[in-house]
Design a protein around this ligand. Structure first.
Ligand code: ADP
Ligand code: MG
Length: 700
């Protein structure tokens, strides 16, 4: 560790207290090291000069040599601007300033060669360049220019206060002068030579002052690899440490409950994916370490039976199990589903939610504590202090993105030793993202749907085609099917959305009148009991149409429902659309999803709709979603630390990520505590990572 680099930025020649303050506030640069890790966003070719007649309306930044032949101030309503006519031998254009006119007016020399640099616009039949960077040609000739001039991240405030890209460039040069550009290597020799990576010092130099395109590419590769490598190392180590530190209950037997159910009551043959995942879970449960596993599988892929069979292993080993779901509807549904299977093998199971009656609640508490009750299903009511298990061995959490990490760990505290944890998610997360975010969880994926499922036919229809859509609904109902119609209800526009829902409900009631048609309605403003009543009517087939908001998004299972109509579909996110569509296609019949929208569509919403129409594959949809929204939005701010990459990009640098993960695993397999001599650079880097604010603060 070169302590020099922890020197406050104020001490760097050319920085001073004012600039230091701005750098801290605007870019979070506190030390020499922070500045070193300010990587350029992109690079510009400053050896190339344009002629005015070569400019294109779509030009980015260009550099032009010419002279100012006149200067005038123009007053308008919104203030003055200063306009210069700038000429070269091929034509004439304008330079424009909206601020700092006085200073520029006084400094500018007419009819003298200048080099101007900036973005050009096409306006009123002429090109102009607002707020150009300017240099006298005579000065310009003295300075070194690069074909790859780095452009650093900046803010408007920095620019306004005169800390331009050029200034940053200059203080960066100063930094290299003072440190002699020598930085400690962070990767071991064997990895460097295996992957033909350039050294740390060379990479850092070339990222700021690229000597050639080739070296720049090598510098970028090396730094991206390094960034991913240390993140992966951290995640994998955390997982390893959990496994050795946190003793789990070894479930050594697969006993009568499991075998009886498997041999006599299994309602269908398991898919290969279900079998594989179950094997992975069994291996975990049988080991002495606590399981922390994410079970991913698209809607309808059959996670429930996997969960149930895992529970049976816990009970075979004399432990209790619980399953927590995010909503009452979903918890109830899980309970009803598992109840049937539990009765077959004679296991006690109870449901606990916010609306469980006090007397029932008391009974649950008692039987849970004395061990009579084996399985408890419920909502976050399970987390209440009064809920005490005799021996909780396995906790399953459904739809985990609705629960925070804090809640996950609250379940742990229900025991002396933490139970095994299985988190089930129906939101497919692209593998690369899962790797970066859940590196500390093991992942099992059910990537196969049960046989005989028909693809859900998905179409996009505009509002004006509503009559045809209604006719289609009528035909489906005549065949005995049931229909969902879903409206958006978003917090920000709740009142308006609620009105849309009610208006929609009325118009549907008019088109599908009693007594021939029965309609259920479910939305978030209803009392749980009323909601439940309406749900039950639909589940029992007493109503043919369910009008709802996204409350039904999660987990609801009505196999006879074959049509999902999503109103204002352009307002839903991709993963939500996919979740909603997953409510149909659960029975033997052909199912349909109809996405209704207005004519006004943004490019993004068009992409979302086209993706939905094109594919039923949740992982493919998740990839598109990741591209549209970026990783931060998808995972929420909670994980942004891990995703706050400085140079690498989860989407574009997937291959580097895979490579880095491979090497991180390999290193830790051979040397889990990093004591081998060759891994010294890794160890010291890893140790300093914790001390500083982020992964990049360890450099050198
Ligand atoms: P999800 O993964 O969305 O929770 P479920 O566990 O609810 O999916 O399963 C969806 C439906 O598929 C259920 O009706 C279930 O009984 C059925 N199912 C699950 N696995 C199989 C299988 N291997 N063969 C046939 N049907 C299955
Ligand atoms: Mg489910």
């Amino acid at each position: 560790m070169n302590t020099n680099l922890q020197t406050p930025i104020d001490y760097l020649k050319g920085v001073g207290p004012n600039r230091a303050d701005l750098l801290r506030k605007e870019l979070g640069i506190h030390t020499y090291q922070d500045l070193l890790n300010l990587f350029p966003n992109r690079y510009l070719d400053r050896t190339k000069y344009y002629k005015i007649n070569q400019l294109k309306r779509s030009s980015a930044e260009v550099q032009i040599i010419g002279e100012i032949i006149n200067l005038k101030e123009i007053s308008q309503k919104r203030g003055k601007r200063l306009v210069a006519s700038f000429q070269d031998e091929t034509g004439i254009m304008e330079l424009v300033w909206f601020r700092g006119q006085k200073w520029i007016r006084e400094g500018i020399k007419l009819n003298t060669p200048y080099v101007v640099f900036g973005k050009t616009n096409w306006f009123n039949g002429k090109f102009n360049m607002p707020h150009p960077e300017m240099e006298l040609l005579s000065e310009h000739k003295k300075s070194v220019r690069s074909a790859m001039q780095p452009i650093y991240p900046s803010t408007e405030k920095l620019n306004n206060k005169g800390i331009t890209n050029r200034v940053i460039n200059r203080i960066m040069q100063q930094l290299f002068l003072e440190t002699k550009g020598r930085f400690v290597e962070t990767l071991p020799n064997n990895i460097l030579s295996d992957l033909k990576l350039i050294s740390k010092s060379e990479a850092i130099f070339n990222i700021h002052f690229p000597k050639s395109q080739g070296l720049l590419a090598k510098a970028q590769y090396r730094l991206k690899f390094e960034e991913f490598f240390f993140i992966q190392l951290q995640l994998i180590l955390k997982n390893l440490i959990n496994k050795t530190k946190i003793k789990g209950f070894p479930f050594e037997y697969v006993g009568d409950y499991f075998n009886t159910f498997f041999n006599e009551h299994l309602p269908f043959e398991l898919t290969n994916a279900q079998k594989r995942v179950l094997k992975e879970i069994r291996a975990d449960l049988g080991s002495k370490a606590q399981m922390n596993r994410l079970l991913q599988g698209d809607v309808g892929s059959g996670k429930t039976i996997v969960a149930f069979m895992s529970i049976l292993i816990a009970i075979d080993n004399d432990f209790q199990a619980c399953l927590m779901a995010p909503t009452e509807i979903l918890a109830t549904q899980h309970y009803n589903g598992l109840l049937e299977w539990c009765e077959q093998v004679n296991i006690s199971i109870k449901l606990l939610t916010g609306s469980t009656k006090t007397s029932k609640r008391k009974e649950i508490h008692e039987t849970l504590e004395n061990g009579e009750l084996k399985i408890l299903i419920g909502t976050h009511a399970l987390l209440e202090d009064k809920v005490k298990f005799k021996s909780l061995g396995l906790a399953i959490i459904d739809e985990q993105h609705r629960f925070g990490v804090a809640q996950r760990s609250k379940l742990w505290k229900k025991n002396l030793s933490p139970p095994h944890i299985l988190v089930m998610s129906a939101t497919p997360i692209p593998r690369t993202l899962a790797m970066s975010v859940y590196g500390d969880l093991d992942i099992s994926i059910i990537d196969e749907l049960p046989p005989g499922r028909k693809q859900i036919k998905t179409v996009h229809r505009y509002d004006k085609n509503r009559l045809n859509v209604f006719k289609f609904i009528r035909d489906e109902i005549a065949k005995g099917r049931q229909i969902y119609i879903v409206y958006p209800l978003i917090k920000e526009s709740e009142a308006l959305d609620f009105k849309d829902l009610m208006d929609g409900y009325e118009s549907i009631s008019r088109d599908f009148p009693l007594p021939n048609y029965q309609i259920s309605i479910v939305h978030g403003k209803m009392k749980p009991a009323d909601k439940e009543f309406e749900m039950q009517r639909f589940i029992k087939g007493e109503t043919q149409i369910m009008v709802a908001t996204t409350v039904i998004e999660v987990g609801v299972n009505v196999p006879n429902a074959s049509v999902m109509i999503i109103e204002s579909a352009e307002r839903f996110g991709l993963s939500q659309l996919h979740q909603l569509r997953g409510r149909v296609g659960r029975g033997a019949e052909q199912s349909y999803c109809i996405l209704m929208t207005s004519h006004k569509l943004t490019n993004d919403s068009r992409t979302r709709l086209e993706t939905m129409v094109r594919t039923n594959d949740g992982f493919e949809i998740a990839e598109v979603d990741l591209k549209l929204r970026g990783p931060g939005d998808i995972m929420g701010t909670q994980q942004s630390g891990v995703l706050n990459l400085k140079i690498a990009d989860i989407l574009k640098d997937k291959d580097i990520l895979m490579n880095a993960r491979y090497y991180a695993k390999k290193v830790l397999n051979e040397d889990p505590t990093l004591i081998k001599d060759k891994n010294k650079p890794i160890l010291s880097t890893y140790q300093s990572m914790g001390k500083y604010r982020n992964i990049w603060n360890y450099i050198s």
